[in-house]
Design a protein around this ligand. Structure first.
Ligand code: FE2
Length: 429
């Protein structure tokens, strides 16, 4: 794979779409990565090695600009730069001699100018790639619920495919499930889970790292991580951070090691963050009594004990995870790192409610922790379920989370596979 970064305007030229004689044999994609206000990465896979050509424009029937990479490859990864913020572009992919058939649903909208307060819709989906009916139903429920305002940012919370993160598993359980309605026009940002690593915890060559592109250079805002396993980006007035709770790369970057490489970078990133909203996501949740127990699973215990004080220090608003195949959501909480039984609402819940589940940040802010791991997998409970710290728990329905951020207000809805919203809350600050 060769990356191509060519100023969009320099390569702009009129292209006759009549030159698109034979369709290119696409076997994957196109899919959209590393969205920024002025650039995007478009990826796809072809059956045979060929050069890469992207045509694009602001009108679906007039793709007047082109970007070319002459190197023949099967996995195509083309960075399109020099775009305008908050602008819809239509595109097509192929080679210099054969483009894919025209598809009016191949489009993307560049991110708004950093700090913009226009409405932002975020979709967070966890533990999904298993080709279950629940996975299909969760997808369809979101498509229906967001038909009039599609998500701008799509977060993958890890265990993106089952069972061991293989190429063919991504193809069958992810690309075949989401390609038609989502992947060609909805950029996504992934975090790795234990099933994505498939036990190869020190490997930088697992399919997860080959298939996806991450904003590791700070190109989408945030401090450059220099790593594909953890990174940050801005969208509008929200700062997002994706952390790796499974891998042990680069000579050690364990998430519960607050002096290790990953958390050292995290502290720098959060120190530099000027956005009013901060959402941090990683796979292994610090609080759960679903199909995993945060009192007994060592990784979850250590992350809660060591990492949570760092997040509190930087006023993180939301922490999203999966791993447990249930939905569990806390109130805004502070100062609790012990076992579940030691949680004391009187001591640890930051009392900011104007009304039930409507939080209003007036003084010191708490962090809301959400386990959102039933986007495909579903069910399970450990001793002590429901979690004492949870304001709401559900281990019988599958679902995923929609967050709407408008200026100083965030509204969350957990939309179940049957379309019913079974948890909602809001934060005003
Ligand atoms: Fe997991």
């Amino acid at each position: 794979m060769k990356k191509l970064l060519i100023p969009f305007l320099i390569l702009s030229m009129i292209v006759s779409e009549n030159s698109c004689a034979q369709p290119s044999a696409l076997v994957r994609g196109p899919y959209l990565q590393v969205l920024t206000p002025i650039s995007i990465t478009i990826r796809w896979r072809t059956a045979q090695a060929e050069d890469s050509q992207v045509l694009l424009g602001t009108k679906a029937d007039k793709l007047t600009k082109k970007v070319v990479d002459v190197k023949p490859v099967i996995d195509h990864e083309v960075v399109i730069a020099g775009l305008k913020p908050n602008t819809r572009y239509f595109y097509n992919v192929g080679s210099r001699t054969k483009m894919a058939p025209k598809d009016a649903d191949q489009f993307f909208t560049t991110a708004p100018v950093p700090g913009s307060t226009q409405p932002i819709r975020i979709w967070a989906l966890g533990d999904f790639g298993n080709s279950s009916q629940n996975q299909f139903d969760c997808r369809d429920a979101i498509l229906k619920a967001t038909a009039s305002h599609r998500p701008d940012v799509w977060l993958w919370l890890g265990d993106n495919t089952y069972n061991t993160g293989l190429e063919e598993e991504y193809q069958k359980h992810v690309f075949e499930v989401y390609q038609k309605d989502l992947l060609k026009n909805m950029p996504f940002f992934a975090t790795p889970g234990n099933h994505d690593y498939g036990g190869h915890l020190e490997s930088t060559t697992i399919p997860y790292f080959n298939i996806f592109s991450m904003p590791q250079k700070g190109e989408a805002g945030g401090v450059a991580s220099g790593s594909k396993s953890y990174y940050s980006f801005n969208y509008g007035n929200v700062h997002f951070v994706s952390l790796d709770s499974e891998g042990i790369l680069d000579g050690g970057q364990i998430l519960s090691d607050t002096t290790g490489k990953q958390v050292t970078w995290l502290k720098k990133d959060l120190t530099a963050n000027k956005m009013p909203w901060t959402i941090v996501f990683w796979h292994h949740p610090p609080y759960s009594k679903g199909s995993h127990d945060s009192d007994t699973e060592e990784k979850m215990v250590k992350i809660r004990e060591k990492l949570l004080p760092v997040l509190e220090q930087f006023n993180v608003d939301l922490v999203l995870g999966g791993h447990s195949h249930v939905y569990e959501r806390t109130h805004p909480i502070l100062g609790h790192t012990g076992l579940s039984e030691s949680f004391d609402p009187a001591k640890h819940v930051v009392e900011q409610k104007d009304a039930p589940d409507q939080y209003h940040v007036k003084g010191r802010q708490g962090v809301i922790y959400i386990v959102n791991g039933s986007g495909g997998q579903i069910g399970g409970h450990e001793p002590g379920y429901p979690l004492k710290a949870a304001a709401y728990s559900n281990n019988t329905q599958g679902g995923s989370l929609i967050l709407d951020v408008v200026g100083n207000k965030l509204e969350a809805r957990w939309i179940c596979a049957d379309g019913v919203v079974r948890d909602r809350f809001s934060i005003v600050k």
